[in-house]
Design a protein around this ligand. Structure first.
Ligand code: LIP
Length: 286
């Protein structure tokens, strides 16, 4: 983008926070006693609730008002074009299953990127992860820093791996979960302990906040990653994939650089980014 059209990252992070908070109020204050499942995606346990859809509709409406020439990539609504070169990458509820069950670990994630809205190609300029149940709001502006509720964040040097508290998560398809369990079984005796929070954006922000030393997960979508990856990076951490690749669907590893490198070696040795084995149905289909 030319300097004359470069959006101010401070303007973009203000928009991200305003929109994420508005959607957070909707999903938190408007949560019905019984949350309905509107649809399923990759499996019967990969659910979309009516509030996911309502949240993304609100985010899109607000972005159209505040940034009418920008594109949007949302988890539920896909891609809509823009002319400014900025794309908003939106997870209307990250931690949908937690939200469905009434567990408080869920967030609205809103990020502004330039370039292809793909973790392998984008530049994230600004992001906000708002967790309405706790009220906590993480923000980051490229080159300006990362904050939790306005307090600056800095990723500390991690302890030795066997003293690291490690976050992770699992997919929705049985074959993927079987492979992830194998990797977990190997890593668990080598670290302090593992936490499975159930919302990648919150996992990543907890790394930036020092509440997790490391996080890894296979299968993240662009909207899981966009805002929270900038929070980690602007707090001085690293977010990357394996085998020299950027973070993305194959694998995401986050934390202090030295420890991310050490965990990355273990994950590579375990082939933690290997394609999923065909399921029984795949094999029957031939
Ligand atoms: C979730 C991720 C989480 C992962 C879950 C799910 P969703 O996103 O945030 O880290 O382990 O399987 O993908 O589906 O709640 O938006």
């Amino acid at each position: 983008m030319s300097a004359s059209t470069d959006p101010s990252v401070t303007e973009l992070v203000a928009v991200a926070e305003e929109v994420a908070r508005a959607a957070g109020r909707l999903v938190h204050d408007g949560r019905p006693e019984t949350v309905g499942v509107a649809a399923t995606k990759s499996s019967a346990v990969d659910v979309v609730t009516a509030m996911d859809l309502a949240s993304e509709e609100l985010v899109r409406r607000e972005l159209a008002r505040l940034r009418p020439h920008d594109a949007v990539l949302g988890e539920e609504g896909g891609s809509t074009g823009g002319t400014s070169g900025v794309t908003w990458v939106v997870d209307p509820i990250d931690g949908t299953v937690n939200y469905l069950y009434g567990l408080p670990a869920y967030a609205v994630s809103v990020a502004a990127v330039v370039g292809e809205p793909d973790p392998a190609a984008w530049t994230v300029l600004a992001g906000c992860v708002h967790a309405p149940a706790s009220g906590e709001t993480w923000t980051a502006a490229r080159g300006h820093g990362a904050w939790l509720d306005g307090r600056p964040l800095r990723v500390a040097a991690a302890p030795p791996l066997d003293r690291c508290l490690v976050g992770t998560g699992f997919g929705y398809v049985a074959e993927r979960r079987r492979a992830q369990a194998r990797v977990l079984a190997s890593l668990l005796p080598q670290v302090r302990d593992v936490r499975r929070i159930g919302a990648a954006a919150i996992d990543l922000c907890q790394v930036a906040t020092g509440r997790l030393d490391l996080y890894y997960e296979r299968g993240l979508q662009p909207w899981d990653l966009a805002a929270a990856s900038l929070v980690v990076q602007e707090a001085g951490g690293v977010v990357r994939g394996l085998r020299g690749r950027p973070a993305g669907g194959a694998m995401t590893v986050a934390g202090a650089a030295e420890r991310v490198a050490e965990l990355g070696v273990l994950l590579e040795e375990l082939d933690a980014d290997a394609p999923d084995a065909p399921s029984g149905a795949d094999l029957e289909a031939g």
